[in-house]
Design a protein around this ligand. Structure first.
Ligand code: SF4
Length: 416
């Protein structure tokens, strides 16, 4: 069995690694069952020029293409070109976009919804056995195609047999996306990061070995994509101690909750090689309903200044355009955030993501709170602000962000 996994990459200046974490995990899992896997990186900017004969000529038994919202056009294009040359090529498409894409635009492709490690392995077995299993789709409801359209997401434990970099090697070592858990225990109504109802954890012995591998292979920088680093305060301390012990030269970026901070955590963070901790404060405006933001202002006020006092680099993140907010509310949020002395702050323009509670407010004018969006699904107008007011809010946030971040850079230079 010979499998190709296509990994689209972009933003190489900020994140110089051509291999997505999901593809690395899938490859490692299949290889642990002695399935041959080639990872084929494709530059998202150049996908139209990609020579699909690089795939066709290798006679793969199955080609996997991952689909995220930002690569959807490339996924469809590469799939179409492969099918034009070899209509019998077995292709599977996985990734978060599978939940919302129209499968009628495809032919005989397979689709995997939700996490793909075990599903992909089962699909490989099915194809290898000549597709004889009549109950295959009934027994694997997270795999479907146009003839077997019924599907459901499955939320099992994360399927990992071998730690990353046991059988999979990559040359790109300047940067790596990494994870120690999937899902988030909090509920922010706008969040598209909640891929699971319950948090699933990668066993700590696997995480320990993976961090040893990260240190041994000399990755210069990683970003841990756990929605909240390691999933809990207790685990965060253990995982940080692994990084401090096994990969002290690797710079770490991560997302954190203020509730995770206490004196022991501060000591661990001080000893860690942190490049940046990102903390979502979102807004301080109490007119934005709690179900939308789920931020804990007590911890924000009491714990975050400790990061600044101990010179731990952190970025405060706000969202411009949450329903209930307005110019005055945004201004107060920015003033408050600056008073916490973060290393930098950043304000995102709110995106309204399908399948989130916030999405139910979209064009729902019978509700007290409603919101409309532009063609990129970003907030456009809302029950609490007009479009003109939103434009002023975005401009104000950008100006303040630049002013604050520039001032912080100058202060740091003077201190050096
Ligand atoms: S925004 Fe962060 S804390 Fe809130 S639900 Fe999403 S991942 Fe969890």
């Amino acid at each position: 069995m010979k499998v190709a996994l296509i990994s689209f990459y972009s933003r190489q200046i900020e994140y110089p690694n051509r291999y997505s974490l999901s593809v690395l995990r899938l490859a490692e899992y299949l290889k642990s069952y002695e399935i041959n896997v080639d990872i084929i990186p494709i530059d998202l900017k150049e996908y139209e020029n990609f020579d699909v004969y690089n795939v066709i000529n290798n006679n793969y038994d199955l080609v996997g293409i991952s689909n995220f919202s930002w690569v959807n056009h490339a996924t469809i294009d590469i799939d179409k070109k492969l099918k034009e040359i070899n209509p019998n090529l077995e292709i599977v498409i996985g990734g978060p976009e599978v939940e919302v894409m129209d499968i009628n635009q495809f032919d005989k492709e397979y689709f995997i919804i939700g996490e793909g490690e075990e599903a992909l392995k089962r699909l490989c077995d099915y194809i290898k056995d000549g597709k004889k299993d009549k109950n295959f789709f009934n027994n694997n409801i997270n795999i479907f195609n146009k003839e077997n359209v019924y599907h459901e997401k499955v939320e099992d434990a994360i399927q990992i047999k071998n730690p990353l970099f046991t059988n999979t090697y990559i040359d790109d070592r300047d940067f790596l996306w990494y994870e120690t858990c999937r899902g988030c225990a909090y509920n922010c109504g706008y969040c598209g990061h909640k891929t699971r109802h319950k948090v699933a954890y990668i066993p700590l012995d696997i995480v320990e070995q993976e961090i040893k591998n990260i240190g041994r292979l000399g990755f210069k920088q990683i970003f841990v994509i756990d929605p909240n680093f390691a999933g809990s305060k207790k685990r965060a301390k253990v995982v940080l101690s692994y990084f401090n012990k096994y990969a002290p030269n690797t710079k770490i970026g991560l997302y954190f909750r203020p509730e995770f901070i206490d004196s022991e955590m501060i000591e661990l963070l001080k000893n860690a090689n942190i490049s940046q901790i990102r903390i979502g404060i979102q807004t301080t405006n109490i007119n934005v309903p709690q179900w939308l933001r789920s931020n804990n202002m007590y911890s924000v006020i009491n714990e975050l200044p400790k990061l600044s006092e101990n010179n731990i680099p952190w970025r405060a993140e706000l969202i411009t355009g949450l329903p209930g907010d307005d110019f005055e509310g945004l201004k107060n949020s920015i003033d408050f955030v600056c008073s916490l002395n973060p290393t930098e702050f950043y304000s995102y323009h709110l995106t309204i993501i399908p399948n989130t509670p916030l999405y139910n407010l979209k064009d729902n004018f019978s509700n007290n709170l409603w919101i409309t969006t532009d063609e990129a699904n970003r907030a456009y107008e809302c029950s609490s602000y007009s479009h003109e007011e939103l434009l002023e809010m975005l401009e104000y946030a950008k100006e303040k962000e630049e002013e604050y971040n520039l001032k912080e850079i100058k202060i740091k230079k003077i201190r050096r």
